[in-house]
Write a protein that binds this ligand. Structure first.
Ligand code: HEM
Length: 140
């Protein structure tokens, strides 16, 4: 599950860039790329929800002894910041799909650009403190 979650990040980033490119160049292929983006983003939401609830650091496992949620950088990130920011990005991607279907290139481009910035800021990249020990590609 974590490997799939990690791999899908690249699929989503690729589809975001492609769809933004189609918005800039007013290409009708935006209809299909935005649909694939929507499917990937919603799959990510389901896997993410599973992880935050039942994953190795899931809510049902509880907080380790002595850890306070909002005072602990790691748990605050994975239980609050990462899920919230990603859900906002997925909502924007969903709104963008509606605009793309209507071939509203400008609105699609802006919504996806904001989603891209949020996702880039909320991924636990290996160079970030919260991402330490994590990899760029699943299994690597
Ligand atoms: C576009 C959306 C998302 C992207 C790009 C994304 C990306 C990532 C990445 C790259 C990791 C680290 C994977 C690794 O260690 O190799 C991760 C971990 C995690 N994500 Fe997401 N995520 C997204 C959405 C979500 C959502 C919506 C949730 C929860 C509702 C979520 C919950 C988690 C959790 C709990 C972890 C830590 C899992 C663990 O280490 O056991 N993610 N995410």
């Amino acid at each position: 599950m974590l490997h799939l979650h990690s791999l899908l990040r690249w699929v989503i980033l690729f589809l975001l860039l492609v769809t933004i490119f189609f918005a800039l160049t007013k290409n009708k292929s935006i209809r299909s790329s935005s649909l694939w983006l929507l499917i990937s983003a919603h799959t990510m939401l389901v896997i993410g929800l599973y992880q935050v609830i039942a994953g190795r650091y899931g809510i049902i496992k509880g907080l380790p002894e002595g850890v306070e949620l909002m005072k602990n950088k790691f748990y605050r990130f994975f239980w609050v910041e990462h899920p919230l920011m990603m859900i906002v990005a997925i909502v924007l991607i969903t709104m963008a799909r509606g605009k793309a279907k209507a071939l509203n290139y400008k609105a699609t481009g802006w919504l996806l650009f904001i989603a891209l910035v949020i996702i880039l800021a909320a991924v636990p990249w290996p160079f970030r403190e919260v991402g330490s020990g994590r990899t760029w590609f699943p299994g690597m």
